[in-house]
Design a protein around this ligand. Structure first.
Ligand code: ATP
Ligand code: MG
Length: 364
C-alpha cells in the first residue's frame, strides 16, 4: 500500500490569529485540505504548548481556544475534511514526548535557533521552564503521533521539523521502522515565510502586539495600515524610497494579485512598476497604503463575515472540537500501540513474552 499523505499543523491559543498565520500557514492548509491530494488533514490548537510559557495565565489560553477555532472555520477549514482538535485532550502526546526525551540531548535542544530567540523574547535566560525548553520534543510527538508526512508552516518552524526528523530517524534506527519522517512545506512566496509586524519588526507575532488580526474590524485594519512602518527616510513624495525592509511592500508581495491593480490602481500595470516608481521618487506612502488597505479589506471581509456566522452557535464549535478530539485520540492511540510494541513495553498484549518467560523459568 502506498504511504498515506497526511497533513498536520497547529497554532498556539495565545491570541486571535493574524495575517502572518494566514500567509505563513493557514491559507495553504485550506488549499491543501481542498486539493484532494491528501488522505487526511489534522489541525490542532496547541494549548499544552501555549501553557509552557503562559503557565501562570491559564485563563488566557482557555479563552483563546475558541478564538482560534473560530479563525480556522472563518478561513475555510472544514471539519468534514479536517480533524480539528485540542492538544491537551490527547494524553498519548505526553506519553510519546516522554519517550522521545530519551532520544534528544540537552545540547541539541540548546542549539535550536528559534527556541534561542524565543527564550530571549520572554526573558527566560536565567530561568527557562523545562517544559518550554523541551517543546520541540513535544512538537515532534504532535507530528509523528498522526504519522504526518507534510507540515505546512512558517519559516520559524524549520528547526522544529528538523528536530522531529532526527527523532524519527533515531527511533526507527534503535527500535525498528515505526515512525514516519515528516517534510516541511514552506510558503512559496518569500514575503510569507516570516511576515513582519506592522511596526517593521522581523515577525508579526501575537506576543509582540504588532498584528493585523483576521477578526479586526474594517476600521481597525485601515488604522493599522495607515500607521504602518515604511521607509523612515522617505519624507517627501518626490524623494526616492526604499522597498527593502518596507513593510507595506512586503505585505503587497504577500497579498497583491494582478487583478487588484485593475480594481484599485489601474494606472499601474504591475507591482514591479509600482515599486519602480516608489524607488524613483514621486509616489507617496499614503497612495501605496490606500492600495494595500483595499487589498486587505477585500481579503479579510469574507473571513470576518464567516466568523460572525460561526459566532452565532458557540456550542456547535465546542461540539465540533470534541468530535475532533475523539478522532484524533483514536489515531494517536494506534500509533502509541506501535511505539510501545517497538520499545518492548507492551507487556500485556504480547503472548510470546509470557510463553518465553514460562520457558525460561521452567528450564531452571
Ligand atoms: P506566539 O507569539 O504565541 O508564539 P505566533 O504569532 O508566533 O504566536 P504560533 O501559534 O507560534 O504564532 O505559530 C503558528 C503558525 O503560524 C506557525 O506555522 C508559524 O510558522 C506561523 N506564523 C506565525 N507567525 C508568522 C509570521 N509572522 N509569518 C509567517 N508565518 C507565521
Ligand atoms: Mg510562535
Amino acid at each position: 500500500m502506498a504511504k498515506e499523505k497526511i497533513i498536520l499543523t497547529g497554532d498556539r491559543p495565545t491570541g486571535r490569529l493574524h495575517i502572518g498565520h494566514y500567509v505563513g500557514s493557514l491559507r495553504r492548509r485550506v488549499e491543501l485540505q481542498n486539493s484532494g491530494l491528501y488522505d487526511k488533514t489534522f489541525v490542532f490548537i496547541a494549548d499544552a504548548q501555549a501553557l509552557t510559557d503562559n503557565m501562570e495565565n491559564p485563563e488566557k489560553v482557555r479563552q483563546n481556544v475558541i478564538e482560534v477555532a473560530l479563525d480556522y472555520l472563518a478561513c475555510g477549514l472544514d471539519p468534514a475534511k479536517s480533524t480539528i482538535f485540542i492538544q491537551s485532550q490527547i494524553p498519548e502526546l505526553c506519553e510519546l514526548t516522554f519517550y522521545y526525551m530519551d532520544l534528544v540531548t540537552v545540547s541539541r535542544l540548546q542549539r535550536n535557533p528559534t527556541v534561542k530567540t524565543e527564550i530571549q523574547m520572554r526573558n527566560f535566560e536565567t530561568s527557562i521552564p523545562v517544559g518550554f525548553f523541551t517543546y520541540p520534543i513535544s512538537q515532534a510527538a504532535d507530528i509523528t503521533a498522526f504519522r504526518a508526512t507534510t507540515v505546512p508552516v512558517g519559516e520559524d518552524q524549520e528547526p522544529m521539523i528538523e528536530q522531529a526528523r532526527e527523532i524519527v530517524r533515531r527511533f526507527n534506527f534503535i527500535y525498528g521502522d515505526t515512525l514516519v519522517e515528516p517534510e516541511i512545506l514552506l510558503p512559496d512566496n518569500a514575503a510569507c515565510l516570516r511576515l513582519p509586524g506592522t511596526d517593521g519588526k522581523a515577525k508579526m507575532s501575537k506576543s509582540l502586539g504588532n498584528c493585523i488580526y483576521l477578526s479586526d474590524t474594517a476600521d481597525e485594519v485601515q488604522k493599522k495600515v495607515k500607521s504602518m512602518y515604511t521607509d523612515p527616510n522617505h519624507l517627501r513624495v518626490q524623494d526616492p524610497g526604499k522597498i527593502e525592509g518596507n513593510t507595506v511592500f512586503t505585505y503587497l508581495d504577500a497579498f497583491c494579485r494582478p487583478e487588484h491593480f485593475e480594481r484599485y490602481l489601474p494606472d499601474y500595470p504591475s507591482l514591479e512598476e509600482l515599486k519602480a516608481h516608489y524607488q524613483r521618487g514621486g509616489l507617496g506612502d499614503m497612495k501605496v497604503k490606500g492600495f494595500l488597505n483595499n487589498i486587505m479589506q477585500e481579503t479579510l471581509e469574507p473571513i470576518r463575515n464567516r466568523r460572525k456566522e460561526f459566532e452565532k452557535d458557540i456550542p456547535a464549535i465546542y461540539e465540533m472540537l470534541r468530535k475532533g478530539c475523539e478522532t484524533a485520540r483514536e489515531t494517536a492511540a494506534a500509533t502509541l500501540d506501535d511505539v510501545r510494541r517497538a520499545m518492548k513495553i507492551n507487556y500485556f498484549d504480547d503472548a510470546e513474552l509470557i510463553a518465553e518467560q514460562v520457558k525460561k523459568f521452567s528450564a531452571e
